[in-house]
Design a protein around this ligand. Structure first.
Ligand code: NAD
Length: 295
């Protein structure tokens, strides 16, 4: 059996066209142009390329974007000042601070400084709390993208046994909450490094979502033939055949799994592009809510 490839890149292209049409309609009806402010600290190449991709996607969708770029040596006060400045800018509807920060110890404080009404990454405690309660909130972009892929691929989630591998605050944990909510109705098992018998749990799962940040976390012997696998991982592995010296791989053994299971997302071209599409969607929703338009 050969798995159906869940093409996040083409789905994201469709979504981005829908969002661009929505942005154009918003402008025609109200004159509003949604704005995104990005804070980038230091020169981590992966962060730089993520920010560039997000800004390009904004431009293509008709969303205005502005960047506050700070050196790796920027102080806590400098970073907080950049966030406060964007909080106060009327044309800026969404703010994202690209993580990781060079000093990870201040990440929480910086996230909490973002105006919750502009928190389009959905990392502020107020939005996380609202999400847990099932209230309207900004939902973190990667978990939202995963659910959108599953929905648009018609993967049944109500009553499905879903295993999420990884309990990070930005991917695994919010995903586990969203999947178990009323309306999605999956039965979720959240796994992490202390989980015993991971393979036993994954063998019983209808859907497995892997966000561990380690290549080879899920192998073909750990899944049933009818499983659906969503690979969130993005890992750089050395590859001398590439000009860059590396290639990107996910967290799962893609080749072997694709020979065995029902459906799988590739890396690259799976969850990554969907994360960006969800950021655009959150930014447009922020613009509508902040300006009193129905989101
Ligand atoms: P993280 O390091 O914060 O968390 C990883 C989690 O996985 C931890 O909870 C850990 O307990 C668990 N884990 C690690 N190895 C495990 C194992 N062998 N068995 C069970 N659990 C294990 O990572 P993160 O920020 O959630 O990111 C995870 C991966 O997703 C990374 O590769 C990251 O680059 C990628 N990512 C991709 C996107 C995207 O848009 N595609 C967005 C965010 C993160």
């Amino acid at each position: 059996m050969t798995a159906r490839i869940l093409d996040g890149k083409s789905l994201a292209t469709t979504l981005r066209a829908e969002i661009a049409a929505d942005v154009a309609a918003l402008y025609q009806q109200t004159g509003i142009v949604p704005g995104l402010g990005v804070v980038l600290v230091g020169d981590n190449p992966a962060s730089r390329s993520y920010v560039t991709a997000k800004e390009k996607a904004c431009t293509a969708a008709g969303i205005h974007s502005t960047e506050r770029r700070l050196p790796a040596s920027a102080s806590r006060e400098d970073i907080l000042a950049a966030v406060h400045d964007l909080n106060g800018q009327e044309p800026i509807d969404g703010i994202l601070v690209q993580l990781p920060l060079p000093d990870s110890a201040i990440e929480r404080e910086v996230i909490e400084a973002i105006d919750p009404a502009k928190d389009v990454d959905g990392f502020h405690p107020l939005n996380i709390g609202r999400m847990v309660l099932g209230l309207p909130a900004f939902v973190p972009c990667t978990p939202a993208g995963v659910i959108e892929i599953l929905r648009r691929a018609d993967v049944p989630l109500a009553g499905a046994a879903v295993v999420v591998i990884g309990r990070s605050q930005i991917v695994g944990r919010p995903l586990s909450i969203l999947l178990s909510q009323k309306g999605v109705d999956a039965t979720v098992t959240l796994c992490h490094t202390q989980t015993k018998n991971l393979a036993q749990l994954t063998r019983e799962a209808d859907v497995i979502i892997v966000a561990a940040g380690r290549p080879g976390t899920l192998t073909a012997d750990m899944v049933r033939a009818d499983a659906v696998v969503i690979d969130v991982g993005v890992n750089r592995v050395p590859d001398s055949s590439k000009a860059s010296g590396y290639r990107l791989v996910g967290d799962v053994d893609f080749e072997a799994l694709a020979q065995k299971i029902a459906a799988i997302t590739p890396v690259p071209g799976g969850v990554g592009p969907m994360t960006i599409a969800m950021l655009l969607r959150n930014t447009v929703n922020a613009a509508r809510r902040r300006r009193g338009e129905p989101a």
